[in-house]
Ligand binder design. Structure first.
Ligand code: ADP
Ligand code: F6P
Length: 466
């Protein structure tokens, strides 16, 4: 039986899998790795004096292979090219993109080191699945080592429009490396079309139909594989004792007020500044909600060594203080702003207590919080999801109230519409959403991807240009 080898920047320690603090993706990948006798390879998250060593352990049926990075790698590859160059660029924040040659070199060096470290572990028939923007050139490096196995790549974040991508120095070289995969997966059809447009118009490539693209003398398969959550697990988590305790805690502290919730990493792509401004607008537009509503915004600090993340944190501190200073009364605080993270079963209880889930990223690959919020609702009395049209999830979740997060007046109106929506309409919208969440879940996502990857011929041969 062929093994599945998952390679990602970070590896979630499997000791924590099964524990409620580990995300659905980690659970789903671990389940896949157990079923397919696999191995998960990536960065341990630790910094070491020298890199290239690997520690392999078998836990819960999953072989985990970890490698450390050196301080320079963390700065140039993770904080640098991944999170100062590609992340803002792929999220359309060209104003925040920093490009330095040292970042590019660090990115290439770490991808090379990953390839050097993992390739001796690969045997014939292993299926290799590379995750996300940190490791785009990995297949190319593995091919240079003679690896002929089928290799797939899934991009968790958006693929940008052609003209946006072209602001990246050496964009063509980056795209060329993607032609060393057999299968490249995107979150949405839109993302896949943006990639195709680049390949045809910039790389002089050809769309061969049936998802096959040809350029640089090679043919790859592309597809849209919208990622889902572990829906069954999340529904169960929302019925757990911990979730009930959190639901009670929230209900007690709500004192009859309606609650709006936002949950994310503290990231500028999540549109938190715009959300706070829209909420401020809402409090002005609808004074009848004074003392009757509050927004709970949970935002976990993320990538704190990157300047743009320090800046957005500072801005949100100021803005939240401003909103509370402006609107609070002696017995009401309209915005509860919390910079910590919660376990999944705790989160499920918090989501369930909220009348509105406010998910308004300016740009997002998918956005799993939107799906978790719906999965956690009480089917007999569900809350309403307000969702940005620029989240990948909006393509699937048409029964949400879809908003333009840049339009603060429209977001203010949508909050009002959600808070005042009659039960019958809330139930109808919930039913429209939950079906997709349960069926297009994380298990079907990885099965669709790995089945398509297995369907390819095992040995990749460059094809002559016509
Ligand atoms: P991203 O991958 O960009 O962070 P997603 O919404 O797709 O955004 O996924 C975020 C995941 O992290 C979700 O599973 C969500 O529950 C979890 N998460 C985000 N913020 C928190 C938090 N403050 N506490 C616990 N989990 C969180
Ligand atoms: O979803 C995008 C993503 O970058 C994942 O690849 C990553 O695991 C997650 O966000 C958290 O980011 P980081 O690993 O930089 O903390």
């Amino acid at each position: 039986m062929s093994r599945l080898i998952v390679i990602s920047n970070r590896v979630s320690p499997p000791a924590e899998v099964g524990n409620a603090s580990v995300g659905g993706l980690a659970m789903a990948l671990s389940a896949a790795l157990r079923e397919e006798n696999g191995m998960w390879f990536g960065w341990s998250g630790e910094v070491a004096e020298s890199s290239g060593q690997i520690s392999i352990q078998k836990i819960g049926g999953v072989t985990v292979a970890l490698t450390h990075l050196e301080e320079q790698d963390v700065q140039e590859y993770y904080n640098g090219y991944a999170n100062k160059t590609l992340w803002p660029l792929f999220h359309y924040r060209t104003d925040l993109v920093a490009f330095e040659r040292s970042f590019d070199e660090g990115y290439s060096r770490v991808n090379q080191r990953f390839a050097d470290t993992v390739s001796p572990l690969i045997v014939e028939d292993d299926l290799i699945w590379v995750q996300d923007y940190h490791l785009i050139p990995l297949a190319s490096k593995l091919r240079e080592q003679g690896v002929k196995n089928r290799i797939g790549f899934f991009l968790h974040i958006p693929w940008p429009a052609m003209r946006v991508l072209m602001t990246l120095p050496k964009h063509g070289e980056l795209v060329e490396t993607m032609f060393d995969y057999d299968l490249v997966g995107f979150q949405t059809e839109d993302n896949m079309h943006a990639f195709t447009e680049y390949v045809i118009n910039q790389a002089g490539g050809e769309d061969l139909g049936d998802g096959r693209l040809r350029a640089y003398g090679k043919t790859i398969q592309v597809g849209a594989y919208p990622i889902g959550i572990d829906a069954k697990e999340f529904v169960e988590a929302s019925r757990s004792q911990t979730a009930k305790d959190y639901w009670d805690l929230m209900r007690d502290s709500q004192a009859g007020r309606k609650m709006i919730v936002g949950v994310e990493r503290l990231d500028y792509s999540k549109g938190l500044e715009e959300r706070f401004t829209a909420y401020d607008q809402f409090l002005r537009d609808y004074p009848q909600y004074e003392r009757n509503v509050f927004l709970l915004q949970i935002a976990t600090p993320s990538r704190g060594e990157v300047g743009a993340y320090q800046d957005i944190r500072g801005k949100l501190d100021t803005l939240s203080g401003h909103i509370n200073g402006e609107h609070s009364t002696i017995d009401w605080v309209p915005l509860r702003y919390v910079n910590r993270s919660y376990r999944r079963d705790e989160l499920a209880g918090i989501y369930r207590a909220a009348h509105v889930g406010l998910v308004t990223p300016l740009r997002d690959g998918m956005n799993l919080v939107a799906k978790e919020y719906v999965a956690a609702q009480n089917p007999a009395d569900p809350g309403v999801l307000v969702l940005s049209e620029f989240a990948g999830a909006a393509a699937q979740m048409r029964d949400a109230l879809i908003v333009n997060p840049f339009d603060r007046e429209a977001v203010s109106e949508a909050i009002h519409e959600a808070l005042s929506m009659p039960l019958k309409q809330r139930v109808a919208r919930y039913e429209g959403l939950i079906h997709g969440i349960m069926t297009e879940d994380v298990v079907s996502w990885r099965k669709n991807f790995t089945n398509d990857l297995k369907g390819k011929p095992p040995v990749k041969k460059p094809e002559p240009l016509v």
